[in-house]
Design a protein around this ligand. Structure first.
Ligand code: K2U
Ligand code: ZN
Length: 181
């Protein structure tokens, strides 16, 4: 397993549409393992493969609270079969848009179908944070990031804030490398 870099906006790869996997084989499971380790290290509660620059329909998630044992979930080729008419709003963030949070409205419940870590076909309803997170991650597979739902001015401010934050982190890393030499 490996912790891999997470792409941040405005990287154009995040706007690309991901492709289905042919089967959940050892290579896909190794990708899932890397994604989960990277997500835990971030830390986050969900991650799509495109956020690591891999254009495949693969998502990992762990919604367990800090006082609960880990409960990793793995999704290959996820589909939304049904969405409730009822909607719910949630203050979302994204590991590809660090330090930006905003309220996003989504279907309160979704029926999803996917292949799990072992390639088993699963169909289930998701609600609450599960529904929010799976819709957020499945947007990533379509090249959609949550700030795409914001106004143009809010979106551009978010991108500028991320670019500034990435530049500051890179400067800090560089100065600590120089100091260590
Ligand atoms: O796509 C991602 O970067 C994963 C998100 C998952 C997420 C987004 C919105 C709402 C729920 C989950 C990251 O984990 S954002 C960080 C985070 C951490 C705890 C709770 C909510 C979001
Ligand atoms: Zn995200």
């Amino acid at each position: 397993m490996a912790i891999r870099p997470i792409l941040t906006v405005p990287n154009p790869i995040l706007k690309e549409k991901s492709l289905p996997v042919e089967r959940v084989d050892d290579d896909i499971r190794a990708l899932m393992d890397d994604m989960l380790e990277t997500m835990y290290a971030a830390p986050g509660i969900g991650l799509a493969a495109v956020q690591l620059g891999v254009l495949r329909n693969v998502i990992v998630m762990d919604l367990a609270r800090e006082d609960e044992p880990p409960a990793p979930r793995f999704f290959a080729n996820p589909e939304i079969l049904e969405s409730s008419a009822e909607v719910a709003s949630f203050e979302e963030g994204c590991l590809s848009v660090p330090d930006v949070w905003d309220d996003i409205e989504r279907a309160a419940r979704v029926k999803i179908r996917y292949l799990d870590y072992h390639g088993n076909l699963i169909e289930e309803w998701a609600d609450g944070l599960y529904a929010v997170c799976i819709q957020h991650e499945m947007d990533h597979l379509e090249g959609v990031v949550f700030i795409d739902y914001l106004t143009r001015i809010k979106r551009s401010r978010a991108v500028e804030k991320v670019k500034k934050g990435v530049a500051e982190r890179n400067r800090a890393k560089k100065s600590s490398r120089v100091a260590a030499e």
